[in-house]
Design a protein around this ligand. Structure first.
Ligand code: 4NP
Length: 144
């Protein structure tokens, strides 16, 4: 199973989804490939936001070694599922799909809700962590 988590900057939300699902999959002994990327290019090569690193560390998940990657169309060939955090991410990713099959790989991480962007609101990191963790546990059960 190869899963790509996508948000705007690849420093707040998708690194959490990447790190949490990777942590849970490893604990189950699953040989999954989980990565993350951003539709924006501002943070390429950077570590996750210190507030995402801190909230993950609180729950014993280490995301500090991740490096931000820019989403590009080649990634459609690599991943089975591309999970996006909000509707703008969905539009930006699907716009780069070159077939129906590629488009069908893309879905909202939360299915019928969005993960709010915590970048400008410190108080959102904790609830964002919890909603991402809950969904990662569901994904693990569904796909293992
Ligand atoms: P993310 O949050 O998409 O969850 O990584 C953001 C991080 C940075 C910016 C926007 C959103 N930014 O504008 O730099």
């Amino acid at each position: 199973m190869k899963i790509l988590m996508v948000c705007l900057g690849n420093i707040c939300r998708s690194p959490l989804a990447h790190g949490i699902l990777n942590h849970l999959a490893k604990k189950e002994g699953l040989d999954w490939t989980i990565e993350s990327a951003g539709t924006g290019d501002w943070h390429i090569g950077q570590s996750p936001d210190r507030r995402s690193i801190a909230v993950a560390k609180k729950y014993e998940v280490d995301i500090s070694q991740q490096k931000a990657m820019h989403f590009n169309a080649n990634l459609f060939e690599i991943y089975d599922h591309i999970l996006v955090m909000d509707h703008q991410n969905y539009k930006d990713v699907v716009a780069q799909a070159s077939s129906k099959e590629e488009k069908e790989k893309v879905s909202l991480f939360l299915v019928d809700d969005i993960v709010p962007d915590p970048y400008f609101d410190e108080s959102l990191f904790e609830p964002v962590y919890r909603m991402i963790e809950t969904r990662c546990k569901e994904l693990l059960q569904a796909w293992k």
